[in-house]
Design a protein. Sequence first.
Length: 349
Amino acid sequence: MKKAKAATYKQAGVDIDAGDALVERIKPFAKATQRKGSMGSVGGFGALFDLKKAGYDDPLLVSSTDGVGTKLKIAQALNQHDSIGIDLVAMCVNDLVVQGAEPLFFLDYFATGKLSVDAAAKVIEGIAKGCAESGCALVGGETAEMPGMYKDGEYDLAGFAVGAVDRKRVLPAKGMKKGDVVLGLASSGVHSNGFSLVRHIMALKGLDYAAKAPFAPKKTLGEVLLTPTRLYVKSCLAALKKYPDGIRALAHITGGGLENIPRVLPDNLAVDLREMPKALPPVFQWLMDAGNVPIADMRRTFNCGTGMVLVVAKENEAGVTKLLTKEGETVTRLGVVVKREGEAVITDE
């Protein structure tokens, strides 16, 4: 009887050596993100973190998980993987800071059909960069090679972030009232929401990502669309530190647009945003015109130029605006808090 040919995991499509090579390649990226409280290094079965060394006596832990949606399709189509990891971190840590929390550590999940060490390393290098810019330690993750689940060159990402906030400083804070001011921090572009609609518009117009952006001729559409999500952590934490009682709430503007704001409002209050600028930033105006998208759909799908919203005590408006501007943010007054008599978000549209 003829002996059957031996089967190996590598023949089945999973290359353990490639996975080990990736771990070794990314260790320096992770090491560069270590902060007070970090313990151990990437490669163990789990990651430890010392809250006491991080400076907390009575902390509450805050956790968040997210992905970057179909923006991945554009990164993969252009074979540009450097910044998508920043998006992944931003989508998680920006959600932590709205509760007043400082991001402490981050883990990622990278899944693909066949592991490309070079592409995966670029993604994780971007993750490490986003963590470093947020003061957050990259403590570990998982790389899953699953033949048959993804086409060649495709991968998926998920991120997991944990932060901490002193019990007495959890946001939204009590004391929000009529007359408080609503401030908006400018986005860097489309961020990581609404890309199914972006891709639909691109297909309708028969456009390629390598085409010159009509609103930014020195850049391609792909370059504009892959602009990474802005990280608001350090600027917002600086404002919270200086004005701990003056900032009532923060809202990360992602899918759903400004309709995210009611998530941080008491039931009896609304926001009147009729001071908000009417003009859309160029990339959003182009998307609206190219796809003939109704303005209501634009506002519900995209951030439309505002990536983070703060509700601030009227007496602290000038100080908070000055501090955030010094921290590199573009700050715009959007409106005020009012008594709720109908809709939670009042606009001219």
